[in-house]
Design a binder for this molecule. Structure first.
Ligand SMILES: Cc1ncc(COP(=O)(O)O)c(C=O)c1O
Length: 389
């Protein structure tokens, strides 16, 4: 747990709480908060300081995101959230009559709903009947055909914690001539991604979860060949080629690279803070973060299973990341009680599901505190059952 020893002190929340919801909103690290504070102080007394550096900070963030995603900075657009990135990707893809898209029921709809907009025309949505599992690849293969224009998945699935194999999916999607669009909101920063080597077409994500930044910032990765060949659905002064006199008819052109998707000024204090979050991630190293979260999620799965709790997340290391999901009767009530005990996890009332997402600042003690909290909750509710597990 060398990683935690180094990085835990940067997260003051760890002194008080076992925070296990990185996949919701990661807590601010000291340098991340300092960046926002510093930005605000300068804003109050010297806005020109920021004005002179607008685009430097922006490019700093872009190059760090590229490092996280295994991409070239020219393949990264900075946007406001995952949903925006997914919408942009979908809007660039033409859907001929009879086209279908393929997804699964537990992936986030960020890249599914944009196909349903009325002016897109009908697209058949095909979904494997159950959530992801080891046999999911076989089941998705049976849905993909020559009319499949896109396969859409969450890399790590927020509802089950299942991690898809991006390379296999990219090979499958390419074989049918479609695009693979990946939502990496629950994976980037927790597990390695090599977008270029895997052959993914588009990736969207957010800074506020595993990348340790603030809300209101996200990204779109577009594979180099798509950056240049697919027309952006929006235009603004940041991404347009201003030297090309875009206001004259037929003259609109874009700056080279995915910056063309950026239309106006972004969240500058957020960018300053997000960069510090990415510095932590890159300094720790994503392969080491992955090892760390897999150890903690493994400990959690073992502890929950020993207690007879139905864990939805696969035990196999290659099939999970930092998210663990399990069923618990009265999930919301459990989470309320855990919160009173200093443990933060999330409960979903609709299907009595609980999510616990450890990150680099968590240690085995946090996992044990969660498990002990569950024991205490059960003892209070049903003393006989708790004593038998
Ligand atoms: C997998 C996944 N995708 C997308 C989102 C939504 O992200 P955003 O608010 O950045 O659009 C979430 C939010 O929790 C998520 O878990």
């Amino acid at each position: 747990m060398v990683l935690t020893e180094r990085f835990r002190p940067l997260f003051p929340i760890t002194e008080e709480r076992s925070y296990l919801f990185a996949g919701g909103l990661a807590p601010a690290a000291i340098p991340v908060k300092a960046a926002i504070d510093g930005w605000s102080d300068r804003w109050m007394f010297d806005p020109m300081y920021h004005r002179a550096r607008y685009f430097d900070e922006w490019e700093n963030l872009r190059s760090r995101l590229a490092a996280v995603l295994g991409a070239d900075p020219g393949e990264i657009a900075i946007v406001d959230n995952t949903s925006r990135g997914s919408n942009l990707a979908v809007q660039m893809i033409r859907a001929p009559a009879g086209a279908n898209i393929v997804t699964d029921p537990t992936s986030h709809p960020s890249a599914v709903w944009p196909w349903l907009l009325p002016d897109r025309g009908p697209v058949e949505v095909r979904s494997v009947p159950d959530g992801p599992s080891s046999t999911w690849m076989k089941r998705i293969e049976s849905l993909v055909d020559g009319d499949t224009i896109a396969v859409l998945v969450s890399h790590v699935d927020a509802r089950t914690g299942f991690r898809h194999d991006l390379r296999e999916l990219a090979d499958l999607t390419r074989s049918c001539g479609g695009y693979l669009i990946v939502d990496a909101a629950q994976s980037a920063g927790a597990v390695p991604i090599d977008a270029g080597a895997a052959g993914v077409d588009f990736i969207s994500g957010t800074l506020m979860k595993w990348l340790l930044g603030p809300p209101g910032l996200g990204y779109l990765y577009a594979r180099r060949e798509h950056v240049e060949s697919l027309a952006p659905p929006h235009v603004g002064y940041v991404g347009a080629n201003r030297d090309g006199r875009p206001d004259e008819p037929g003259n609109l052109s874009y700056r080279p690279g995915a910056v063309r998707h950026e239309i106006g000024l972004a969240d500058l204090p957020g960018i300053a803070a997000a960069r510090r979050g990415l510095d932590i991630i890159l300094e720790a190293g994503i392969p080491d973060i992955e090892r760390h979260v897999l150890e903690l999620t493994g400990r959690m799965i073992d502890g929950l299973t020993e207690r007879g709790i139905h864990v939805l997340t696969p035990a196999r290391r290659t099939e999970r990341g930092g998210v663990v999901a399990f069923h618990f009767d009265g999930a919301v009530s459990l989470c309320r009680q855990l919160r009173r005990m200093g443990v933060d996890v999330w409960g979903y009332p609709e299907d009595d599901r609980v999510r616990a997402d450890p990150h680099l600042y968590n240690n085995p003690g946090d996992v044990d505190r969660l498990l002990e909290g569950i024991d205490a909750y059960r003892r209070a509710r049903d003393p006989a059952r708790a004593s038998t597990g």
